[in-house]
Design a protein around this ligand. Sequence first.
Ligand code: GCV
Length: 641
Amino acid sequence: MIDAAWLPARAWRAIGSRRIRVTGHGLLVDTVVDELRQACARFGGEVVRGTGGDPCDLEMSLGGDGSLGGEGYELSGDETCTVLRAGQPHGLLYGLFHLLRSDDSPATGVFRPAVPRRMLDHWDNVDVHPVMGQVERGYAGGSLFWRAGEPRRDLARVTAYARLLAACGINAVALNNVNVHATEARLLTDRLGEVAELAGVFRHYGIRTHLAVSFAAPVLHGMSTADPLDRRVRAWWESTTVDVYATIPDFGGYLVKADSEGQPGPFTYGRSHADGANMLADALARHGGVVHWRAFVYNHRQDWRDRGVDRARAAHDHFTPHDGTFRDNVVLQVKHGPLDFQAREPVSPLIAAMPDTRIGVEFQVTQEYTGQQRHVCYLAPMWSELLRGAHGPAVADSAAEFVAVANVGDDPFWTGHPLAQANLYAFGRLAWEPGLDPAALLDEWAGLTFPGAPRRLHDALHAIMDDSWRTYERYTAPLGVGFMVRPGHHYGPDVDGYEYTPWGTYHHADRDGVGVDRTVATGTGCAGLYPKPWAKIYESPDECPDELALFFHHLPYQHVLSSGVTVIQHIYDTHFAGAREAAEMRERWAGLAGTVPPAKYERVRELLDEQVRSAEEWRDQVNTYFFRKSGVPDARGRRIY
Ligand code: GCV
């Protein structure tokens, strides 16, 4: 059984009961017609093709002067007839899903995506990796694409997935893990047929397929070097790329993690990231392909005692010297924060610092550091803050495209935690329109996922999910300092877990204070990498937003935050509050029996038990740690173990 997620049959009632005319031709027009025919077969409507004949309630056509662009569409009409017009078939597909999520009276106007590419990266392995499993940082079972080294033969699930992605606006996928092991490297060559098959499925929903490749691919295929300036290496990439396009004419391009966490890269040959990315870009250019070159580059063999080295600066320091030197078909893919997808980080200083480079901003829908799809953690409010620039430069102002690490697998509910589906949906929708309101998106997702559900279900979902990211933040690492997770798998608390390791992720707590001094005056200087006014704001402990206080400053426990509470009291208060809120979520959910399908209800119920347990564990470990370090008792006299 494949869960219909946000495309259940019932959601099509309003569309499927109409008389609909579709004009235009092409693969995606056929997809639209198929969708409509299935809906009409169920709800009594009718689809006619071509012009002429009796009037219809819904008219869908291609045409116009090109102003709608490749994916835009226009909705107009009156009570008797809705008119959907698109310049290209993609627009008809997106217009159709717009109608599906609107109630009876869709907003009229012109709709276009904010960015041309809205992409999901899958960290799927072909073989089961001994430590990372089938999907690296996957919390929803196995891969949709491979199982124990073999391609999955039944692609019905991939078809259903492609349809879900199109319905939220995604138009590109990378199939495999950016950590490219030997077997995955063959996807580019003798296992390319597997990629072609998957690309064939995604194509029907307007989604282009990309592949993560190893920078050392030429070496893995028998050459003596992968030097990007070596003529023979360039020729290898060119001819390999010709073969790729002969097999998959609409192939999207290559995704590369180079010189990062042990992956090979141009540094081996004394070359720069620009040399490496541009070589691949040259091989792809004449086919219309792009390189996504990841900026997640830092020293993971740090001496923890060396306070001058700062992982949060690393991507900025590596890449800004290359601004303006990347080819036009290179997208520099930058994680939204300078560390690694923590529940709270400032915006990466790199994002606004490369005006002459195409920046793709990477989010993490898979909940590696936000509860691993065992905790409810609706991430749209976090992404929305980053996009709008609530506490730093607005990501939406600098991003040329949006990418996210996917959270799906072969789990019956796609995402392990059924409510984590909302994160995938919301990412797609925010990538299309970054200004969307997270609470409105939750309504949209819930309206589609639970059509006809009573108001009290919607109210409860808001009560449980709207603030769930802040709840998670409250019971985990405080005030933007990050990490404090168990090394390796990253689930659950371990305050000093990464403190004396080479990974560069520290909180520097001692008996007097906590936090990382990233000021220009006395610290690593990271605060100074931001544009005005943020550099000045972050530099000052009094002006720095409380949320980021310990990211930028090492503060005494008795420092008073702008909220009026001391750092130590903030730690106690938020941890008690966060654990209590998790328990309240569980109570809310308990009242919903009978309003959602029993299997979903039960799965969420079980996971909320784990969330409450884990939140209490976080509360106790963090509070105890800081009580012991600081010796300062809780001002409200609560019990700290
Ligand atoms: C795919 C973090 C994760 C790794 C991941 C890496 C990356 O370090 O823990 O699993 O590797 O980010 O984004 O490349």
